[in-house]
Every structure is written in C-alpha cells, then in structure tokens.
Design a protein around this ligand. Structure first.
Ligand code: FE2
Length: 169
C-alpha cells in the first residue's frame, strides 16, 4: 500500500513553493523517467517516483544584485542536503512510512555529487535511478530548471503517474 501519493505531494504548499522554484516541469518529467527506470533496475516505483519528483526541493536562489550568480551557486550550493531534509519533513507530515521517507531522503541526498568532496560513491539501485532520472531530463546550461508547465497539467500528469504506480504494486 502507498501512504502518500504524488498528487498529495503536489498539492502541499511546501512543494508549491520549493519545487516550483527549481522547476515543476523538470520535477514531473523526472518522476516519469524514474517510473520507467525503476522497472529496468528493479526498484520500487512508489519510492523512485516520489524521490525523483522531490529531488530538487532543496534549491536556494543564488541572487546577487538581482541576477542569478552561478559562481556563488557552484561554490556554496547544498541543495541535495537541504532537499533531503525538506522532503523528509514533508513526507512525514503527510503520513509517509518512516522507512520510505528515509529511503527517499537518502536518494535525494545522493542524487548529485556536485557538493561532495572528490571520491567514488557507490549508489544503491534506488539512489542510482533517481540520479539517472535527473540526468535524463537535464538540458545544457541548466535550462531544464526554467521549462514551464501549468498547475493543471502538472497535477493531471502526476495523477496519471499515481495510477501507473498503483497498478504496479
Ligand atoms: Fe534536477
């Protein structure tokens, strides 16, 4: 059984504020990629889609004098750390099982290694699927963060994905 759906996550004000900041269209696309990739890598589609949908929830806006400062972002960004915590809090609040909330938080924490010291990380299949889903929707220059989608369409697509996930478990 599923404790929390993608539509429930979408409807929450925390998601509306922070996932919109990093790009709702990207988040929805990643959730779809994660569903497909979960099958390939034998990963639970419920966790994979939710982790992919929320993976960028930790982004902060790096503005200096009203302009996005990519240098500041590159040097000081910790969006995966912040996102893991933010997603965990949101999931628990909505009634997610703590085991699932923890797995999702870890997958978000490790979806990028851009903030980590050099080294090799060995990812678990769920974490790998979320990283792949993100890459699958990436556009050069971070353009994927700026693609837009209407609320109506995003909610509809997530509802459809909820049905797919439910049909699978
Ligand atoms: Fe992303």
């Amino acid at each position: 059984m599923r404790y929390v759906t993608l539509v429930q996550l979408f409807d929450h004000p925390i998601t509306q504020k922070f996932v919109k900041r990093s790009g709702m269209a990207h988040a929805v696309a990643c959730a779809y990629h994660a569903f497909r990739l979960a099958k390939v890598h034998h990963v639970d589609p419920d966790m994979a889609t939710k982790a992919a949908f929320l993976h960028d929830i930790g982004h902060y806006t790096w503005y200096r004098d009203g302009q996005w400062d990519y240098q500041l972002y590159k040097e000081y960004d910790i969006h995966a750390i912040k996102g893991a915590e933010r997603a965990h809090k949101l999931l628990i609040r909505l009634g997610e099982h703590p085991r699932i909330a923890k797995e999702i938080a870890l997958a978000i924490l490790l979806h990028t290694d851009s903030y980590l010291p050099e080294g090799e990380l060995e990812l678990k299949p769920l974490q790998y699927v979320v990283a792949l889903a993100d890459e699958a929707d990436e556009e050069p220059g971070g353009e994927h963060h700026y693609r837009t989608i209407s609320d109506e369409r995003a909610r509809h697509l997530l509802g459809e994905l909820d049905k797919k996930v439910e049909g699978d478990i």
